[in-house]
Design a binder for this molecule. Structure first.
Ligand SMILES: CC(=O)[C@@H](O)[C@H](O)COP(=O)(O)O
Ligand SMILES: NCC(=O)COP(=O)(O)O
Length: 240
């Protein structure tokens, strides 16, 4: 079965750092430690309101951290210009609303139209692997393929919040439909020790990005130990 990569989202190291306006804990140091502990990559969401990750965090991780950087971004001119300047290996286009506590749902590609198509073309044209963060919906998956995305990230939030068989089955079907359409399939949002195992068993998924739970659990267990446990969960899930 194909490998499943763990991308560690360090957004909420920055949340804690920003609580006092200082420099500790340092998200870049966390990213380096995560890679040393076995993470396969780092995900960073530079939000328009900079509520957690700041521009310098992104620039430093891009310059200093070995490992696949996945830059989560809104499809705005500001973020596109930043991505074209930094040239991360991958980006993931996500919806953003200032009032949201966290990402509330997938991007509605069907409603986005020409500006999104242009953003995808500019990013992909710069050699960046472009994913779009969407619900596990066949129409959105087909729209992602048609608009030129190489990858999708399935929003696992509804399942993570309410891990019913129906929510899991929707993700499994979405992964199958996306892989059949020739898309690279990622997944993320709200995943934890308890909710990751069945998602990690989907053979079509090649990367999961995990942040909030992982960073929070690190307070109790230490970042390396939490990453080791997630890697063990993935290994066990992939062993079938
Ligand atoms: C797109 C997604 O689900 C997360 O990667 C995103 O970063 C969540 O936003 P916050 O990190 O601000 O909660
Ligand atoms: N794209 C999902 C991600 O990067 C992390 O989401 P979360 O684990 O912080 O909810």
């Amino acid at each position: 079965m194909n490998p499943l990569a763990l991308s560690v989202n360090i957004d909420h190291v920055a949340t804690l750092r920003n609580a006092r306006g200082g420099s500790h804990p340092c998200p870049v140091k966390a990213a380096k430690l995560a890679m040393q502990a076995g993470a396969d990559g780092i995900t960073i969401h530079l939000r328009e309101d900079r509520r957690h990750i700041r521009d310098n965090d992104l620039a430093r991780v891009a310059a200093e951290v070995d490992g696949r950087l996945n830059f989560e971004m809104a499809a705005t001119e500001e973020m596109i210009a930043l991505a074209l300047k930094l040239r991360p290996p991958a980006c993931c286009i996500v919806p953003e609303k200032r009032a949201e506590l966290t990402t509330e749902g997938g991007l509605d590609i069907l409603a986005a139209g020409a500006p999104l198509r242009e953003a995808v073309a500019r990013l992909a044209g710069a050699g960046i692997e472009v994913a779009i963060f969407i619900e596990a919906d066949a129409g959105q998956i087909e729209a992602a393929r048609a608009i030129g995305a190489q990858a999708i990230e399935l929003h696992t939030g509804a399942y993570a919040d309410d891990p019913t068989p129906a929510h899991l089955a929707r993700l499994a079907e979405g992964a199958r439909v996306a892989a059949t359409a020739g898309l690279i399939v990622h997944a993320g949002h709200g995943l934890s020790y308890d909710t990751l195992p069945p998602v990690a068993a989907f053979p079509e998924i090649s990367e999961v990005s995990i942040g909030h739970f992982l960073i929070g659990q690190s307070i109790f267990e230490g970042l390396p130990n939490v990453i080791a446990r997630f890697k063990s969960i993935i290994k066990q899930a992939r062993a079938g």
